[in-house]
Ligand binder design. Structure first.
Ligand SMILES: Nc1ncnc2c1ncn2[C@@H]1O[C@H](COP(=O)(O)OP(=O)(O)OP(=O)(O)O)[C@@H](O)[C@H]1O
Ligand SMILES: [Mg+2]
Length: 264
């Protein structure tokens, strides 16, 4: 067997692989066979019209929805199932929770624990789930709060924060669990317009730092700046994808062109 020339880079295994993913709600097919690979350090922006299946896709990845066909892999390991000979068996709750922890999720509606301070919100998961020591969890929480520009709010309660600040805490809290990948589903769409920028800046900083992310967004300017790749969905399928800049500047399909002319 001859060796490969040294200049040939061997592509790394994708962090996330989706193959033929199907999701039905009753007789309605919300995802009609999605294939998607996401590599370490990639930031994938998912765009598309309302109802195209963007949230459904990230909810399936986070195992919040049972799937009806296909498969999803994290670092080459099946999500939600294990192989048993020729059969797939559903994983138990503990194994699902462990997989879910590796895919941090930030929702449209910021959901912080109201009875805990900002710092406690960020420390809770690492202490309860990862069994981190309190001093370590606190030190890490402060580091993450600094990263999202909220170290000075560590001892405030969520109700006293703006929506943008709460969403930044939610991002810090998701990162505190040390996820392989961060999934964000329209993290700014519940915010007043003047608060959108501060949250997108945090996500852009994370992108520049090389965090692997999937971001569902309607913010096309943000997708152009922060994403390495754009995936355009329509009616439960991926219609077009490619590097963010070229795909958004020169869409190949008429459908993406029409979508962009409506939203930009
Ligand atoms: N729990 C559910 N039961 C039935 N149908 C659902 C359910 N959740 C989503 N759907 C349907 O599946 C389709 C995809 O929904 P999804 O929420 O993934 O769209 P989306 O692309 O995230 O849209 P938006 O931009 O409005 O958030 C829609 O037609 C929606 O009505
Ligand atoms: Mg959605």
């Amino acid at each position: 067997m001859s060796a490969l020339p040294a200049a040939v880079a061997i592509p790394a295994e994708p962090v996330i692989s989706v193959r033929g993913l199907v999701k039905n709600y009753g007789s309605f097919q919300a995802l009609q066979g999605i294939d998607l690979d996401i590599h370490e350090g990639e930031v994938v922006a998912i765009i598309g019209p309302s109802g195209s299946g963007k949230s459904t896709l990230v909810r399936c990845l986070h195992q919040l929805e049972p799937i009806d066909g296909g498969a999803m892999y994290l670092d080459g390991r099946l999500l939600g199932f294990r192989r048993d000979g020729r059969h797939l068996r559903a994983l138990g709750a503990a194994a699902v929770a462990e997989q879910r922890r590796q895919l941090g999720m930030v929702f449209q509606q910021f959901v912080l624990f109201p009875h805990m301070t900002v710092e406690q919100n960020v420390m809770e998961g690492p202490m309860q789930v990862l069994r981190d020591r309190e001093a370590d969890a606190r030190a890490r929480a402060h580091h993450l709060l600094q990263r999202v520009g909220l170290a000075h709010k560590a001892h405030a309660y969520p109700a006293l924060l703006s929506g943008g600040q709460q969403q930044r805490v939610a991002i810090a809290r998701a990162l505190a669990m040390r996820p392989r990948v961060l999934l964000l589903d329209e993290p700014t769409s519940a915010l007043d317009p003047e608060l959108v920028g501060e949250v997108l800046n945090v996500v852009t900083d994370l992108a520049r730092a090389g965090k692997t992310m999937i971001v569902v967004t309607h913010e096309i300017g943000f997708a152009r700046e922060a994403a390495s790749r754009v995936v355009f969905m329509e009616a439960g399928r991926i219609v077009e994808q490619g590097t963010a800049r070229s795909t958004l500047a020169q869409p190949r399909t008429e459908r993406l062109r029409a979508f962009l002319s409506r939203v930009v």
